[in-house]
Write a protein that binds this ligand. Structure first.
Ligand SMILES: C[S@@+](CC[C@H](N)C(=O)[O-])C[C@H]1O[C@@H](n2cnc3c(N)ncnc32)[C@H](O)[C@@H]1O
Length: 534
């Protein structure tokens, strides 16, 4: 392939017409921006409303401290956590919002770590805390004003989920309530937190799950929507006894895993900088602190990437392809580009070329940025924007390896997105599984005879994983499933255990300390030879 195609656009190659698959994402972005604007203005109203409501309805409550001793404002870390909870209620993502706020307010070090734990923990454990708050407040949370409820959730997490001494948790949270909710509401917060502090976490679990059994009790105690608990139980199948371990793992913050992109960085380089080599992915090291402090990360030679994603890209490259020289690889859903960047360096090592496709133009741009070091090192990559569902019809029988890292519910990455579990609904599955089926269908069409297709999701939900693959196998008799397990290798070269009975691979947070990634490997039969047809 000619050098000028490196980092070039597939749209250019096809005459620059571009593709217009990004409208749905643009629509979403617009409404998100509108929501943010609404939030900026509404927050002032909320606080005003809150004060007057509190004066009307909660006059009986009094702060624990004497008026002369009352702190007028909360501390900056708690305030930042509260601001994020409010923003999340309006559609923001905590992992994007919190770093922005911490930077803006100059909060760093231990205060930043405290704000992160407070914010993410309150969001993850919202289901449990709301059940506790309802008992302590003597009313359903739907009857508590949202800004006051956010304050109470922060207080509940300090009391039941962090090692903050009760008196500090209560007094600091009441000071925050005075600042953001008004004096009357602060009295209400004080009374509720006082009641919560009278019992241990274990006692509250017994109280709020009393009378419930099975998945309903697990859902409250481990703070997952019940439909997700049921789906995870089904996905675990014969290992359903591990369900509680999985729910616990979902509530623990994921360690920061770095990938050393082959040919660009090494695990040894990351270890020399203070990271710890992983026993799971051969190209991973875990890192505590700001990844941006590492030159290899700033230069895109290394990056933050879940080890499950690393293993999956490594497997995709390790599978025997068509055996052709100079293979062509396709990443059908590449944005923001983590797997594509790893595939690009692996393709470069094998003398192959990668085409990274993404439907959303802004995410295509992220793919380009993620690739910077790989492109500089001479990896042959084309990056294009387009609807992956059309690609199989446009370029049939073309690619030696095709990865479909499909858009999904993300139920396998709940550790990373603390609010995600409360936003997903069973209804999301319907549209997603249709899209996943169409993308896999297109990927099969785009695959050269004898080539391989990897189908991946960061969800273990059977409707998005096994069912999509089975439907594709039924619709495409020219494709067969291959055992993916031999291609998942740990850092010492041994086979990774506990990935299921095959032929697919299912990784799990509680077993592998990765996201719950699913991977299926399909192969398109080679073109029938003339003599075999006779
Ligand atoms: C799970 S993410 C892929 C993550 C990516 N492989 C990585 O490792 O960074 C799924 C991606 O599919 C994209 N997508 C959604 N619908 C698509 C379509 N019809 N064609 C191509 N990409 C699509 C989404 O915008 C999203 O970026």
């Amino acid at each position: 392939m000619a050098d000028e195609r490196r980092g070039g656009s597939r749209d250019d190659r096809r005459g620059g017409g571009g593709r217009s698959g990004g409208r749905r994402d643009d629509d979403r972005r617009e409404s998100r921006e509108q929501r943010e604007e609404r939030f900026r203005t509404e927050r002032r109203d909320d606080r005003g409303r809150q004060r007057s409501q509190a004066r009307r309805g909660n006059q009986g409550y009094r702060s624990a401290a004497a008026p002369s001793q009352r702190r007028r404002a909360g501390d900056p870390a708690r305030r930042a956590a509260w601001d994020v909870l409010r923003a999340v209620d309006d559609g923001a993502y905590a992992n994007l919002e919190l770093p922005k706020l911490l930077r803006h307010n100059g909060i760093g070090g231990r205060d930043a770590a405290f704000a992160s734990e407070l914010c993410y923990g309150s969001l993850r454990m919202r289901g449990f805390y709301d059940a506790v708050i309802e008992r302590a407040a003597g009313r359903p949370v739907s009857q508590i004003d949202a800004p006051v409820l956010s304050t109470m959730r922060l207080g509940a997490h300090q009391l039941l989920g962090m090692r903050v001494p009760s008196h500090a948790a209560a007094s600091e949270t009441v000071a925050l309530a005075r600042e953001v909710n008004g004096a009357g509401a602060a009295g209400f917060v004080n009374a509720v937190l006082r009641r919560i502090s009278e019992r241990s976490r274990e006692d509250w679990v017994a109280e709020v799950t009393g009378g419930l059994s099975g998945d309903a009790a697990l859902a409250i105690e481990h703070s997952h929507p019940e439909w997700i608990v049921r789906a995870l139980r089904t996905s675990l199948g014969e290992q359903a006894a591990e369900l509680e371990d999985l729910l616990v793992a979902d509530n623990e913050p994921a360690a920061v895993s770095l990938v050393a992109r082959p040919g660009l960085a090494t695990v040894d380089e990351l270890v020399a900088a203070g990271a710890v080599a992983s026993s799971m992915s051969p190209v991973a090291a875990t890192w505590e602190g700001d990844p941006g402090a590492l030159p290899a990360v700033r230069e895109t030679r290394a990056a933050v990437q879940d080890e499950g994603s690393q293993l999956l890209a490594l497997a995709m490259a390790a599978v025997p392809g068509t055996g052709r020289d100079h293979e062509e690889w396709l990443d059908l859903c590449a944005g923001p580009g983590g797997k594509a960047a790893l595939l690009a360096t692996l393709a470069h090592e094998q003398g192959a070329v990668l085409f990274a496709n993404e439907v959303n133009p802004k995410r295509t741009e992220l793919v380009r940025r993620t690739m910077a070091a790989a492109l500089d090192a001479g990896a042959e990559v084309m990056i294009g924007t387009g609807d992956g569902r059309e690609l199989g019809g446009e370029e049939p029988d073309t690619y030696d390896r095709v990865l479909v890292d499909a858009p999904c519910t993300g139920l396998g990455a709940l550790r990373r997105r603390p609010e995600a579990r409360w936003r997903k609904t069973v209804a999301d599955l319907g549209d997603l599984t249709v899209l996943q089926g169409e993308l896999l269908d297109s990927a099969i069409r785009a695959t050269r005879p004898g080539g391989v297709i990897g189908y991946a999701t960061c969800s273990p939900h059977l409707a998005e994983t096994v069912q999509v693959v089975r439907d594709a196998l039924t619709a495409h008799p020219e494709v067969t499933a291959e055992d993916a397990r031999p291609y998942f290798r740990a850092a010492d070269g041994s086979a990774i255990e506990g990935v299921g009975d095959g032929p697919w691979v299912q990784l799990w947070p509680h077993r592998h300390h990765t996201d719950a990634m699913f991977f299926a490997l399909l192969r398109k039969s080679p073109v029938a030879q003339p003599d075999s047809e006779s």
